[in-house]
Unconditional design. Sequence first.
Length: 243
Amino acid sequence: MELKNRRIVITGGTSGIGYQLVKQLFSDNELIVIARDQTKLNALREQFSGITTLKADLSKPNETKVVAEKIVNEYQYIDLLINNAAVQYCQLFIDDTFLTQHIIDEVNVNLTSVCLLTHQLLPTLLHQEKSIILNVNSGLALAPKTSSAVYCATKAALNNFSQSLRYQLAKTNIHVQQVFLPLVDTPMTAGRGVNKLSSEKAAEQILKGLETNTIEHALGKVKLLKLLLRIAPSFAKNMMKKY
């Protein structure tokens, strides 16, 4: 898909990868950005004049439904839906400080909101000759780490959802794509890991995959992980286990 003169919905567009996607798409496209922090949305709108910002906490399904209905009511079509928003909590189930609310938040933001937005925005996506749903995923969908069991589970579920949705929409105009990210330098990963891919570079590569119609797009170290899972699966899983 040529990323010019497109109407694009982006979730989680006020920081990290989402912000970089907004920055790189802004000049040639019409953007609708969904995020939960109104102050950050206001700042984004001031920086990128002309974009539309919509406040919604995607950890709350009712808010997800409301924002989707607003888009459907106000826009006849959408060319591209980028499900980018995600949350991750690094906590062990055996920790005394473990918060069960984090389970609900991770599942709702990382998976439930993607399913809800996809379903409710289908009328606008079906309107175009070609449209794309891009689900931003993680290498942890392929092999989990120790410290974020729920996050890894949601990303594995997102992978299966994306594949199944692709089968369901195969005879429509909608293409379903995924991008699998390595550790990226974002506010979510602050204080964790080294040699991270920058948010700017991650966004550049995500957009390149969209332009080249890459259905399953593995970035950076995820390419190596996929190779290891094929030729030495036990080694790959043990390698991820230490994180």
